[in-house]
Write a protein that binds this ligand. Structure first.
Ligand code: NAI
Ligand code: SF4
Length: 516
């Protein structure tokens, strides 16, 4: 029998390694013919470490498991027919999972992440094989037809980006995967790279064939050492099986790839700073044009896509662009892996078609706050995303619907706050974050963020509040329209949304105390 114990970083942080060691000991002690598979996570972090056991009726789950529970679990499975206090039944029937539409994450938590055989047995490589039957332009058309938009945050149509690189003549082209997942409350890139790394490799190979690129780089944030290990194991396995190399799966297409680790700067998630860093320089934002699609890495045409964008390509090539396009709403097609985090009862990864509302995600799926207090605000889209009040919770997850209400989906991370949150403090944090992470190249961001902290501090002290609010609003406008990249340009979102939707928090302290 197979026993599945995740080696996802989230599960490891909660003690999965010790659970695996206890299980190994128990197998030896009892002389069992059992194998421990280190799978990825299913993405229900309040249940991690979640252990799954293969039975005649399929897999059954237990969680959250502590090392001290392991002996009792073996007794339950071997002697008592599987009943145990930690029993969760079949994982796919747990409501959090049952309500999802898993296209990109279909295999995550199910397979052995570094077994290409397991990957193929669960539908892997079908997309690549179909791609090899098409012309490069045919692949680009399929991706365009799917309506896939960049999942890193900007939502630019992937097919159009690929077409630009396809149409640009050059002796060398590159595929760069942006795995510098830096937004607060996000972990979907990490989870897929740890739970199903071959789907990213397959997506990158397809992107290479479609655009004429023969070399790929994964730019990985240094905070993900576990991903680094797993991804390298998977790349080695892909090489050994001929999925990477001079003749991809026996074809005439060549594609090779490697992982490069960043050095901890948030701004290196911005695509041009990322390219500088990849070239061995200090990561600073480049002015556009030229677009990376025309002149990117080492001056060559380069596709830069986020992990999830690339990992969504195999299913599109497997089932067709029209199949993928069928999910979603408006111009937001397909599914999006939403990460529910912060002060929330059921935190985890929820992949669903676009169109689900913020309220459904926070109240029904997330189950409200972990503290049991009322939800007051959620921040969507990382540290540069807007704060949403309850009366906007009917907003559907859709790029245009979010933009219409001065917010952004970004990388689809949601951070939940209860009624103890101080939105003035959060606004100050946004300005401070920008000041710390600014690459320093342009004035609105470099100077504006530092002045922003000072102005909000004066507001907190109750010094001429109307004047401070006017100044911070003016500053936000300058940063929004005058910054070179999204770091300075988007910092106004959290600040202005906090000010607009929670004005009571911006009243000077003495007035607030009087009101309370
Ligand atoms: P952008 O709108 O300037 O560009 C989007 C993408 O489309 C880029 O790759 C750009 O090169 C490409 N592009 C634009 N026009 C093109 C054309 N005609 N042909 C081919 N390619 C074209 O947005 P930017 O500044 O790259 O990204 C901002 C987003 O990043 C924000 O929306 C934010 O949510 C997100 N973000 C994500 C983070 C994360 O951790 N994932 C962290 C911080 C920000
Ligand atoms: Fe650098 Fe900030 Fe300007 Fe972006 S907005 S280029 S991070 S100084």
């Amino acid at each position: 029998i197979n026993i599945y114990i995740p080696r996802d970083a989230g599960a490891l942080a909660l003690g999965a390694e010790k659970v695996a060691a206890a299980a190994r000991e128990e197998i030896e002690k009892r002389g069992l013919d059992a194998k421990i598979v280190r799978n990825g996570s299913r993405g229900m972090f309040w249940l991690e470490p979640m252990v799954e056991v293969e039975t005649a009726e399929g897999r059954v789950a237990y969680g959250p498991v502590k090392p001290g529970d392991v002996a009792g679990l073996f007794d339950a499975c071997l002697i008592e027919g599987g009943a145990h206090d930690l029993s969760l039944g079949k994982p796919e029937e747990i409501p959090f999972l049952a309500k999802q539409t898993r296209l990109t994450f279909a295999r995550c938590g199910i397979i052995d992440p570094v077994s290409l055989e397991d990957y193929e047995a669960h539908g892997g490589l079908r997309g690549l094989r179909n791609a090899l039957e098409k012309t490069p332009l045919g692949i680009v058309e399929e991706v365009t037809e799917s309506g896939l938009r960049g999942r890193g945050g900007a939502g630019f149509p992937t097919g159009i980006k690929w077409k630009t690189v396809h149409d640009t003549e050059a002796t060398q082209k590159y595929i760069v995967c942006n795995a510098d997942e830096g937004d607060s409350g996000t972990f979907s890139d990490r989870m897929i790279m740890e739970g199903d790394p071959f789907v990213l490799i397959e997506g990158m190979v397809i992107a290479g064939i479609a655009t004429g690129a023969t070399k790929g780089y994964v730019y990985l944030r240094s905070e993900y050492p576990n991903v680094h290990r797993i991804l390298n194991e998977a790349i080695d396995a892909a090489h050994a099986a001929g999925m990477l190399g001079k003749n991809v799966l026996g074809s005439n297409y060549a594609f090779d790839m490697e992982v490069r680790v960043g050095a901890g700067a948030y701004v290196c998630g911005e695509e041009t700073a990322l390219l500088d860093s990849l070239e061995g320089k200090r990561g600073q934002v480049r002015a556009k044009p030229p677009l990376p699609a025309h002149e990117g890495l080492f001056g060559k045409p380069t596709v830069i896509n986020n992990v999830i964008s690339l990992a969504s390509v195999p299913i599109i090539l497997d089932k067709g662009g029209a199949y993928y396009r069928d999910f979603g709403m408006g111009r937001s097609r397909g599914t999006i892996p939403i990460q529910i985090t912060g002060n929330v009862k059921h935190g985890g990864l929820f992949e669903t078609a676009f169109g689900v509302t913020l309220g459904e995600l926070v109240d029904d799926i997330g189950g409200g706050t972990a503290t049991g207090r009322p939800v007051r605000a959620v921040q969507v889209g990382g540290p540069l995303g807007a704060y949403w009040p309850r009366d906007l919770f009917d907003t559907p997850f859709d790029y245009e619907a979010f933009a219409a209400k001065d917010g952004l989906i970004g990388h689809a991370g949601i951070v939940v706050f209860d009624d103890t949150v101080d939105l003035l403090k959060q606004a100050r944090f946004a300005m401070e974050f920008c000041a710390v992470e600014s690459c320093g190249k342009c004035t609105p961001c470099r100077i504006g963020s530092t002045r922003g902290v000072e102005v909000l501090d004066r507001l907190k002290q109750g010094i001429a509040p109307e004047e401070q609010i006017e100044t911070v609003t003016d500053l936000c406008n300058t940063m929004k329209f005058g910054s070179l990249c999204a770091l300075g340009g988007f910092t106004p979102y959290p600040v202005m949304s906090a000010l607009t939707h929670f004005p009571e928090d911006f009243r000077p302290a003495p007035m607030r105390e009087a009101a309370e």
